[in-house]
Write a protein that binds this ligand. Structure first.
Ligand code: AMP
Length: 506
């Protein structure tokens, strides 16, 4: 083994040192040559701290170009990069540090006081800082280093990253991703979505999650393209850079928020060739409205932290709203009965299982949890429920744990939400199951009203009657001001279940 498997994939781009890798909003340009120099300095600084191949580098910092360089420097140094959601509290970070035992923890200087205590309790040897401007003790260290580094050799199976799952039930688990899990998926997606050195990607996603860190960044690096790097999603800012861009990757809320902006027009999106959506379900209405307004059919894909991306709608051909398209070239996907593990027929709903070079190596230090989520023939049980239609399009009906069993019948929340969202005066809805004395679980609708609407529970229920079988109709409709949504645009149903757990308590 002589090369660093993941970083070696980016060589073609690196051979064009003057090409732009990142453009910031205010027009600063970072070339591939700059990226190579900066990541070399970082790798040297990490090695200088005694970091050995396979050691973890945990990072909880605001999004910045420097933070992205830290990812690349860590990979080059042979480390395992471990990004943490910036929303985690000190005690949550404490759990990750205890669990992952990193050699280095990098945090925001503003949080240093609180985090130093948890890092010290967890026995982390090095604590450094990095802020949103790319300044801090770590940047000071690496700025003193020469810009040359011999990449630490790492093979395809060696770990490149650990990403903790959002942990909606129980403790978060660290998904171990190898160099080849990341490299193979980036190549497959680059081909599927036709990325080239001419692409300019709008990057408005967070970089602690698989979507912004791996899908967006690794594809760009493999293609040798460039990214317009925005600190966060803001429709004004996205629209202002759109004329310079060719592609965008987003979560569904990006698209609903762009649609709410009068600046989203056919002309504004005229230079774009691709809009990708993923990480949460894109409503068919959003797809249709975006197409009407811009002429672009959003390309929806499906993946998860543990598996990278699994399916995608076609680049050429019909991008079907409400589906996540076909399994990717090197991904095998099947739908099985969750209990028996038997393969199901076309159109039948079951649990989605996948196998391929994209699928992770297991959960960090949780061999039992890992074993429980793989079948003996190597398929990973995603926990998502879905079906494959006669044309091969996969659709997702929800997480298995969100399935509601009411009176012995299976109720898929997505179907009920779709019907509720059609009622005038409803802005958003989430359907959950909570304990019910007669039915086991009661189908419960949590609804956000549209501004200036006063639609009532009886009006909503009256409209659902006749559209949905009786057992699917909500036993209760509850109104909230907003739904709890995480950074990736996912409704946190566990939060709603906790809040409304006693709805039917007697
Ligand atoms: P994460 O590991 O945070 O990326 O979350 C992965 C989960 O997000 C998947 O298991 C799915 O439940 C959900 N997900 C991702 N993409 C889609 C999509 N296009 N449609 C519906 N759900 C999705």
């Amino acid at each position: 083994m002589t090369e660093n498997h993941l970083f070696a994939q980016f060589r073609a781009a690196i051979d064009r040192p003057d090409a732009v890798f990142i453009e910031t909003e205010n027009g600063a340009r970072i070339t591939y040559g700059d990226m190579l120099a900066e990541s070399a300095r970082i790798a040297r600084a990490l090695k200088g701290m005694g970091l050995m191949p396979g050691d973890r580098v945990a990072v909880q910092v605001e999004k910045s170009v420097a933070a992205l360089m830290l990812y690349l420097g860590a990979v080059r140094a042979g480390a395992v990069f471990l990004p943490l959601n910036t929303g985690y509290t000190a005690s949550e970070v404490g759990y990750f540090l205890q669990n992952a035992e990193p050699t280095l923890f990098v945090c925001d200087p503003a949080k240093q006081h609180d985090l130093a205590a948890v890092a010290s309790t967890a026995g982390v040897p090095h604590l450094e800082t990095l802020d949103a401007e790319g300044k801090g003790s770590l940047a000071e260290r690496w700025s003193r280093e020469p810009a040359e580094f011999d990449d630490v050799p790492r093979g395809p199976e060696d770990l490149a990253a650990i990403l903790y799952t959002s942990g909606t039930t129980g403790l978060s688990k660290g998904a171990m991703l190898s160099h080849d899990n990341l490299a193979s998926n980036a190549h497959t997606l680059r081909r599927a979505w036709r990325f080239t050195a001419d692409d300019v990607l709008i990057h408005a996603l967070p970089i602690f999650h698989t979507h912004g860190l791996f899908v967006a960044t690794n594809i760009t690096l493999i293609a040798g393209g460039s990214m317009i790097f925005l600190p966060k999603f803001d429709p004004d800012r996205v629209l202002s850079v759109m004329p310079r861009a060719t592609a965008m990757m987003g979560v569904p809320t990006f698209y609903t928020r762009l649609l709410a902006h009068p600046g989203l027009t056919r002309e504004a999106a005229g230079g774009m060739r691709l809009f990708v959506s993923g990480s949460a379900p894109l409503l068919a209405e959003t797809h249709a409205q975006f197409r009407d307004r811009t002429g672009h059919a959003i390309l929806e894909r499906y993946g998860m932290t543990e598996t990278n991306m699994n399916t995608s709608n076609p680049y050429d051909g019909d991008r079907r709203a409400g589906t996540v398209g076909f399994s990717l070239d090197d991904v095998a996907l099947r739908i099985v009965d969750p209990e028996s593990g038997q393969r199901l027929d076309t159109g039948e709903v079951g649990v989605i299982e996948v196998k391929g070079p994209n699928v992770f190596q297991g959960y960090w230090r949780m061999p039992e949890k890992t074993a429980a989520e793989f079948r003996p023939d190597g398929y990973f049980i995603t926990g998502d429920l879905g079906a494959i239609d006669a044309d091969g399009y996969v659709s997702i009906v929800g997480r298995a744990k969100d399935l509601i069993i009411s009176g012995g019948f299976n109720v898929y929340p997505k179907e009920i939400e779709g019907e509720i969202n059609r009622v005038a005066g409803v802005a958003e809805s989430a359907v959950i199951g909570v304990p019910h004395p007669d039915f086991g679980e009661g189908v419960t609708a949590v609804i956000v009203r549209a501004p200036d609407h006063a639609v009532s529970d009886t009006e909503i229920l009256a409209q659902l009657d006749g559209r949905l079988a009786r057992f699917k109709q909500p036993k209760k409709v509850l109104f909230v001001d907003e739904l709890p949504i995480n950074a990736m645009g996912k409704v946190q149903k566990n939060v709603l279940r906790d809040r409304f757990w006693n709805t039917y308590a007697q």
